[in-house]
Design a protein around this ligand. Structure first.
Ligand code: PAF
Length: 282
């Protein structure tokens, strides 16, 4: 099979109409600048379905003022080659006007309260409404049976699961484990913003998560562990945005007796805002 690329939603719909109902469609939404983390999603998609659709769309709605929308890496040619080599069937590359014909202020938005205004949502107001809105629209255009998202964006995955559940969207959501560089740094398109010296410091974030997880399992005090972990991140030359130990199910602060926890962190390093997380069951 060769990769077919569609920028027009109607053309994508016509192509998918030929297989819908007889073949299972898996969908991987991305913003492009693909790396091994994205390719892991594509490979899992291939295991789950016989039609794999990938979208590349840098979504203006999920970037705040002063964030990196303009500078976000756009590498469509290289991305297309990678997806063709993976045997992806369809690549959807809509334009901003195809996705949002009206001015942004008039655009209907999908809000997922409770999950969207904490952690990354507190630092990036409106971000998760932007994510939920674009993902909802992409789901309506592609109408997949299953969609895949990386667990590196843990909060995003929960927001999307909650949206799908609350709105009874007829598809399955699959989370795929974080892919890491050899030194532990979680793969991310934003790692490309790091200078050589910053890149050498970046794995400290994951090391702090590993240390904190080990102490949490040994029943360390949550508040004290959070405080020590923030200091360790700062001491490694990053600037902590947040580090929080939360319940896996809803990202609320853990209560005594909660066993399924997740440590989530975000930290600035030069131009890059790095995020990472680690699940802990104690
Ligand atoms: O994770 C991303 O790359 C984006 O947030 C997504 C899910 C493609 C929505 O724009």
């Amino acid at each position: 099979m060769t990769l077919s690329t569609f920028s027009d939603p109607a053309a994508l719909d016509a192509a998918l109409a030929r297989v819908r109902g007889t073949e299972r469609i898996a969908f991987v939404p991305t913003m492009g600048n693909l790396h091994e983390g994205h390719l892991a999603l594509v490979r899992r998609a291939r295991e789950l379905a016989n039609q794999v659709v990938v979208s590349i769309f840098v979504n203006p709605l999920q970037f705040g003022q002063g964030e990196d929308f303009d500078g976000y890496p756009r590498t469509l040619e290289a991305d297309t080659r990678l997806l063709a080599a993976e045997g992806v069937d369809s690549l959807f590359t809509p334009s901003v006007t195809a996705m949002y014909p009206k001015p942004q202020a008039q655009q209907t938005r999908v809000e997922v309260p409770g999950l969207s205004d904490i952690l990354c949502g507190a630092s990036r107001p409106g971000h998760f409404a932007g994510v939920a809105t674009v993902v909802c629209k992409l789901f309506n255009l592609v109408r997949p049976d299953v969609a895949l998202f990386g667990q590196k964006d843990y909060q995003q995955l929960l927001v999307i699961r909650r949206m799908v559940d609350d709105l009874a969207m007829p598809l399955e959501i699959v989370g795929v484990p974080t892919v890491r560089e050899a030194d532990g740094l979680a793969m991310s398109s934003r790692n490309g913003y790091l200078t050589e010296a910053e890149r050498a410091r970046a794995p400290a974030l994951y090391r702090v998560l590993l240390d904190t997880a080990a102490q949490l399992k040994a029943s360390g005090d949550v508040f004290e562990l959070e405080r020590a972990a923030c200091s360790a991140i700062d001491a490694a030359g990053l600037r902590t945005d947040y580090l929080a130990i939360r319940r896996q199910q809803d990202l609320q602060p853990s209560q005594p007796g909660d066993r399924a926890l997740v440590i989530l962190a975000a930290a600035w390093l030069g131009q890059a805002r790095l995020i990472d997380n680690l699940e802990v069951v104690r």
